[in-house]
Write a protein that binds this ligand. Structure first.
Ligand SMILES: [Zn+2]
Length: 279
């Protein structure tokens, strides 16, 4: 089946590539090192009938099981950040702080005045924290919380708070994201939906990509019948600079599978995420 959606077909390509590597690994000398459930697919899917979550113990397998959406837009430097030693971390922060000092000079400030003396170091630490999603792999976030269940009704976690940084201006955009899916034998621990949103939002983002990455992550993790993600956010780069009126919001959505093909399903989701909270 040829999928014309560029994002999805890219995922399929990577999936094929990964499957190929896996089958090579499975028949090669290191075959026995790979757990059976890992050889079955992407390291996410437990064997049918198992109701316990599957954890990949093997470090090497865990490394390879890095889920597909992580591959979007991540540079080599991301991996070096993920694997850096404590010393390298300190060096990185010092470099960043020096850059912030330059920045302060350029805007006409005196980096040595009392109020700003600690600002470069503080900002360096804050920025590393605000972009900590680069150090999180979805396989680590998700893998211990996939359960086999016969439930096949829509599951929705709505109004998850999201704080991210716009990659064009490096200023925040904040809002709420709602995630829904219809299970196909597997369900995700509910808190993991919020964790997925957190992982992707703590990177430099554009709202459209963030929305899509969250949807694809759920899709790849549990292969449900469909995934729907809607995000509404305010971008400081727009509201602060007066490009748009303060208070204006941007809404993005990604619909996959049943949510894309069945209008009724999509409408049910949209109605549910908009209905007033009763708790
Ligand atoms: Zn921006």
């Amino acid at each position: 089946m040829q999928n014309t959606n560029p994002d999805i077909s890219e995922v399929e390509n990577v999936t094929k590539e990964l499957s190929l590597k896996l089958s090579e690994a499975a028949s090669g000398p290191g075959a026995s090192a790979l757990p059976a459930q890992y050889r079955e697919g992407l390291g996410f899917r437990p064997k049918s009938g198992l109701s316990t979550p599957q954890i990949i113990q093997d470090e090497e397998a865990r490394e390879h099981s890095s889920p597909i959406p992580d591959q979007y837009g991540l540079a080599k430097s991301t991996l070096s950040r993920l694997h850096s030693t404590q010393e390298e971390r300190l060096q990185r922060e010092a470099k960043l702080a020096a850059a912030v000092r330059t920045l302060l000079e350029c805007i006409g400030e005196d980096p040595d005045r009392e109020g700003l003396q600690r600002t470069p170091a503080r900002y360096a630490q804050a920025l590393m924290w605000m972009t900590r999603g680069y150090e999180e792999r979805l396989s680590d976030v998700i893998n211990d919380a996939i359960f086999a269940e016969d439930h096949d009704e829509m599951v929705i976690v709505r109004d998850i708070d999201v704080f991210s940084l716009c990659e064009h201006h490096l200023v925040p955009f904040t809002g709420k994201i709602s995630i829904g899916y219809i299970p196909n034998k597997l369900v995700l621990g509910l808190s993991k939906l919020a964790r997925i949103a957190e992982t992707f939002s703590r990177r430099l983002q554009v709202q459209e990509r963030l929305t899509r990455q969250v949807a694809i992550a759920v899709q790849e993790a549990i292969k449900p019948q469909g995934v729907a993600v809607v995000m509404e956010a305010t971008h400081l780069c727009m509201t602060m600079r007066g490009v748009q009126k303060p208070g204006s919001t941007t809404v993005t959505s990604t619909m996959l599978g049943a949510f894309r093909t069945r209008q009724k399903t999509r409408e049910e989701f949209l109605t549910l995420i908009r209905s007033p909270s009763r708790i």
